[in-house]
Design a protein around this ligand. Sequence first.
Ligand SMILES: Cc1ncc(COP(=O)(O)O)c(C=O)c1O
Length: 377
Amino acid sequence: MINVFQPQLGAEEVEAVKKVFASNWIGKGKLCTQFEESFADYIKASKANVRSTNCCSEGLFSSMKLFDIKPEDEVIMPTISFVGAANAVCANGSKLVLCDVDRRTLNARAEDIAAKITHKTKAIMIIHYGGVPAEMDEIIDLAKQHNLYLFEDSACSVSSVYKGKACGAMGDMGMWSFDAMKILVCGDGAMLYFKSPEFAKKAEKLMYFGLESKSGFSNSVDAKWWEYDLSCFGHRAIINDVTAAIALEQLKKLPAFIAKRKEIHDKYTQELKNAAWLDLPIDIPSYAQSSYYFYHIQLKNGNRDELAKFLRDNDIYTTFRYYPLHWVKYYGVNDVLENAEYAANNTLCIPIHQSLSDNDIDLVVSKIKEFGLNKHL
Ligand SMILES: Cc1ncc(COP(=O)(O)O)c(C=O)c1O
């Protein structure tokens, strides 16, 4: 089966983990700090603005507490968003407000968000769909104009840039995922960005029981390391030196991963551009850089489900991300969001990851073309 997403790990990660084992310190330690510093460099931010955590969903949930989003507040996000983002808002008791997206990029535009702003709106949680940056200038202006917090779910945008700025580092808070299906992987892990270093400090405490003094490795030189006080009733959401060791190796490989993904993206576009029954991803604007996390095709004739099945029967796995949240009954959001619904009915994310071979890519392309021929499209 050709997977739609797949991590790429190698001997370098194994060696790094061996060293951690030999060090006898597998908990949160020096390597976690090193990863935070290196990642901060990668996104051209200061270490003071970033903190690691155990998963990106933790960042989504913590955003509510850190920014004091109240039950009476409304949070707007595109309906094409990750389940964890919506759960974070609802679990907080706040009102989930869903907006439409651009039907080709599946990114929310400022006008989609503006249509949903009320006097109760407190925050906007955007995503950069498939690693392609949303149009941030307008969204940032809108957030400023209405005095709203801006959170960027950059789970899929580890290397995306908009007008020279890293996606995830343009709002009040941003977050990247390093789970098993992402580009940079470490099993589970995530990085958080905060515009204000004060919030980064607050987050660090929230994610470690609210402890005022540090425990464990980083506190091993204090005179009485068993004493502590709290600043909040925090929980425990940290990475460790095993995952950080893997993440550090992956970070070194990231530029090569992105280059490979771009190559695959360009090859798909080249090979499929004459299939008139398909809409391909639109060109990435010159002022933006993608992480090429998804390659999504859109079928103009309503055969998406059939194509997905045909490909699966031929050992090619595909999917659609993200099932519109307003169609999930449990959220209880009744709305008609036309572009998102068009996208949800016609879009298919086809395999893209750095382990795809030329043969794999050729097979995907030939099977898509074969489907078109069989159907006289
Ligand atoms: C857009 C988006 N946000 C957040 C997450 C959550 O990431 P994590 O698995 O690190 O919690 C995911 C994971 O698939 C995602 O796709």
